[in-house]
Design a protein around this ligand. Structure first.
Ligand code: FAD
Ligand code: SF4
Length: 563
């Protein structure tokens, strides 16, 4: 095995959390190596489909069913996956994993430089005090070792850098961020907001909070509402590793990025009780290389980081590194989504909206806030939308012919509205990932196996989401309401979390209150695997805040050699 230069810190993964770790570590003066298993993606140059019309594509952005069924049978379930974005997602045939067919789990991934920061939906919401206390209050999972006050300044720190547009609402269950100006409602959304205020005293609607600029910010241009964000954004108007954190880290002159570098395992030294090296397989040459550093940040995403820890077995850690508790891999969570309500609101045909606003609306959690109201624990919020429909929503089922039909197709349809529930999932030991004992991937690394099932709590919550979604749409005057009852498998919300949770007690958790492994002082894990509970809001903002906070701690610890 080749040996390689000694760095101050190694960051595994270059997605949302890895980009943040690299930025913070380099800005604090450390020489940092990012190890990224995917190919390089250069800002602007590699957004190869960004400004192409769909007529430039063979299938006009419709699915190539044969190819998808054969090679993208998991990724095709991702709403952002298409002929136009496929190059940012994994080929499932080449990246196998396992699950019981009765309990599917969607592992939706983009192993490229920048990870899923290139394709994410950019919705960003803070966890609240209610979320950090939830486990303790209803006795599921373990108690978070932090509270809202411990992280709130780090949320502000992150938000001021990434740029978050939104409206301050002063809600205890959804703390406000450091906002850039909010995006505007469409006519029908404003009407919906008013109707909700008129008919309900427990719920409200706000504009989505998103990591997209509404004015110039930190050298990046505001969004011009072109729409196809998942293809990349040359103006850097949405937050990605490429547009924001990696340039900041590069500016320090202290960053080295090594792509095509599959981290296999970490080397543990029982004498110092620290990790001394990171073992890598070069994805092109299949050569094995050892990189050494004083500090390691695992940011390879929830499943990726836990896979590395589970595979890093030694005499001291026969069940995986930092796993003296035995909980590594367990308490896997995702949000339960897909229980949606869609409808049409008649009238207002004289109004229209302009541009492709890359953001929706949000109805924050309103159940079980101050007291337990329902048979299920915790709660859910709705992401929504209201806009004029077009021929795809209204005419697709119609038949027609000739000039009149074509002209008809060009007319805007009625105002459509929709709500999609995002519900909190309880942390449960029975939901886990582990390493296969019989199957390996093309690098010889044991494949990940998932065992995940929704509990009665999430299923009951979904019933409520549908009932209340319908009630909201009716109160807003919607007709032709359709409820979707499709139950997405775990992973479908692309918010996989847990598996290396934070906690106060090393006997029941993997990480301490600063994301540092209880068992190995120079290893920090700051992606979604650290999450002790899931809340019902999109989680990536919390990963970023926890990462920045962890770096601050790690650099101080490094100065004392983790004593
Ligand atoms: C379509 C879509 C919409 C989404 N919308 C939202 C949203 O609106 N709001 C929100 O909060 N979240 C959203 N998410 C989820 C969000 O993208 C993830 O939570 C976030 O990217 C996680 O950050 P991460 O750094 O942990 O992982 P990633 O961004 O996935 O990055 C992990 C990186 O690690 C690399 N890696 C993995 N294993 C190894 C290894 N062994 N060796 C070296 N490198 C490795 C990967 O290649 C990857 O580049 C969305 C995701 C998708 C795909
Ligand atoms: S809509 Fe805005 S954020 Fe999205 S690609 Fe266009 S300019 Fe960028």
């Amino acid at each position: 095995m080749l040996n390689n230069t000694n760095y101050d810190a190694i960051v595994v993964g270059s997605g949302i959390s890895g980009g943040w770790a690299a930025k913070e570590l380099t800005e604090k003066g450390l020489n940092v190596l990012i190890l990224e298993r995917g190919r390089p993606v250069e800002h602007v140059k590699d957004y190869v489909t960004e400004h192409k019309g769909i007529w430039d594509f063979k299938y006009r952005n419709m699915p190539d069913r044969e190819l998808y069924d054969k090679e993208y049978f998991v990724q095709k379930n991702n709403h952002a996956f298409s002929e136009l974005t496929r190059h940012f997602f994994n080929n499932d045939l080449k990246n196998p994993y396992d699950y019981n067919e009765d309990k599917p789990f969607y592992w939706l991934r983009g192993d490229v430089l920048g990870g899923r920061s290139l394709t994410w939906g950019r919705q960003v919401y803070r966890f609240s005090e209610l979320d950090f206390k939830a486990n303790k209050q209803d006795n599921h999972g373990v108690d978070w070792p932090i509270r809202y006050d411990d992280i709130k300044d780090w949320y502000s720190y992150v938000e001021k850098f990434i740029g978050v547009s939104g409206q301050a609402e002063n809600l205890p269950q959804l703390p406000d961020s450091e906002f850039l100006p909010p995006m505007q409602f469409t006519k029908i959304e404003q009407d919906m907001k008013n109707s909700i205020a008129e008919h309900f005293d427990d719920r409200m609607m706000t504009i989505g909070r998103c990591a997209i600029l509404t004015k110039p910010h930190n050298g990046r241009a505001p969004c011009h509402y072109c729409g196809p964000c998942h293809r990349g954004c040359m103006t850097g108007s949405y937050f990605s590793s490429q547009s924001s954190t990696l340039p900041a880290a590069k500016k320090t002159g202290k960053l080295t990025i090594r792509s095509h570098s599959v981290v296999e395992k970490l080397d543990y030294d029982p004498l110092t009780k620290k990790v001394t090296g990171v073992q890598v397989i070069d994805a092109n040459s299949k050569e094995k290389i050892l990189f050494t550093s004083k500090l390691v940040f695992l940011c390879a995403s929830t499943v990726g980081s836990t896979q590395i820890l589970l595979h890093s077995k030694s005499e001291n850690f026969p069940n995986g590194l930092a796993n003296s508790s035995g909980v590594l891999g367990h308490y896997l969570m995702d949000h339960t989504i897909g229980m949606s309500a869609m409808g049409v609101i008649p009238g207002s045909e004289e109004d229209y909206h302009y541009g492709n606003r890359p953001n929706g609306t949000y109805i924050p959690r309103f159940k079980n806030l101050n007291k337990q109201q329902t048979s299920f624990l915790r709660g859910y919020g709705y992401q929504g939308w209201g806009g004029r429909m077009d021929w795809r929503g209204t005419h697709a089922a119609k038949s027609g012919f000739g000039k009149d039909f074509k002209e008809d197709l060009q007319q805007p349809g009625p105002w459509g509205v929709g709500l999609i529930g995002f519900g909190e999932c309880l942390p449960r030991f029975e939901n886990y990932m582990k390493l296969s004992t019989s199957k390996v991937d093309s690098y010889g690394i044991p494949q990940v196996e998932f065992n995940f099932e929704w509990s009665k709590n999430e299923l009951d919550m979904r019933e409520d989401m549908a009932k209340e979604g319908e009630a909201i749409l009716k109160a807003c005057g919607a007709i032709d309401i359709e409820l979707s009852t499709h139950i997405h498998p775990g992973g479908g919300a692309i918010h996989e979390m847990g598996t290396a949770r934070m906690g106060n007690d090393p006997k029941t958790s993997v990480l301490n209150n600063f994301n540092q492994c209880h068992d190995v002082a120079n290893v920090y894990v700051t992606d979604g695997s650290c999450m002790t509970s899931a809340s019902c809001v999109n989680p990536s903002l919390t990963y970023m805040a926890l990462t920045a906070r962890a770096v601050d701690h790690a650099v101080k610890q490094l100065a004392t050699n983790f004593s």
